[in-house]
Design a protein around this ligand. Structure first.
Ligand code: ATP
Length: 234
């Protein structure tokens, strides 16, 4: 589905991604792990067209999207749930979800989609008329993921969905990500919580200072001593 080959991304003189390559197959849940500043967020921003690689290619369903505009990339079926959620706090939960459907034609029945999202996150239904800013951190994260799903994506990019959440909510968010996978949605998951991410991922790539340091099956990485030492507190 997605094949990234040797992309380089700069912020002015800072060389943030150095010849990054990775692949995601249809239906896979692939994790990108790494410490602060390793280049995880930059990778997702390059995929969704918010940053342009200076070289390399990003093939998505057979098309090079590395020079495409962000709105075009959304319309091709890639949806990004950004780090820090970025929900509209004064708008209601329902309105935030509606906004996620902005690329869809008016004639589309978005109500069905919203009901599906409420079935994944029943708490959002309970809160649908409240301003999003009144939700807890975990609920806001569910809303951010729900909003990303409103464009009916084929590939969902999730940036640090567990960041800043209490342990119980972290569990819940990973359950939700597992549900996406069970619903055959392809997920590229950026996480600092390497242990939880590796438990649900099929494969993972570990970034270090802008390069792919290691990659493999998630279960092999969980057992890998280098990964345990650096990222799993072992
Ligand atoms: P974090 O978990 O902290 O977001 P990350 O792995 O997602 O870390 P990136 O945010 O992708 O890392 O950052 C990669 C590199 O690019 C870092 O050296 C960072 O300082 C730099 N960087 C990120 N954003 C900018 C920016 N807007 N301007 C300049 N440099 C940046």
């Amino acid at each position: 589905m997605l094949s990234v080959q040797n992309i380089n991304v700069y912020y002015d003189k800072i060389h943030a991604l150095k010849d990054i390559s990775f692949e995601v197959e249809q239906g896979e849940l692939v994790a990108i792990l790494g410490a602060n500043g390793a280049g995880k967020t930059t990778t997702l921003r390059a995929l969704s067209g918010l940053l342009k690689p200076t070289s390399g290619s990003i093939q998505y369903l057979g098309e090079d999207i590395s020079k495409q505009e962000a709105h075009k990339i959304v319309s091709l079926g890639i949806s990004h749930s950004p780090e820090g959620r970025q929900i509209f706090s004064r708008l209601s939960v329902y309105e935030n979800l509606q906004i996620g459907a902005y690329i869809r034609k008016k004639s589309d029945n978005i109500h069905k989609e919203i009901e599906w999202i409420y079935s994944l996150f029943p708490v959002l239904k309970e809160r649908e008329s409240l301003p999003a800013g009144a939700l807890s951190g975990g609920e806001q994260q569910m809303l951010a993921i729900g909003r990303a799903l409103m464009s009916k994506p084929k590939l969902v990019l999730l940036d640090e969905p567990s960041l800043g959440l209490a342990p119980l909510l972290v569990e819940k968010i990973f359950e939700v990500i597992q549900t996406l996978k069970d619903n055959k949605i392809t997920v590229l998951l950026v996480e600092q919580n390497a242990y939880e991410a590796l438990k649900i991922a099929d494969r993972a790539y570990v970034l270090e200072t802008g390069r792919v340091k290691l990659h493999g099956e998630a279960k092999d990485l969980l057992a890998n001593q280098e990964v345990q030492k650096a990222y799993l507190g072992g």
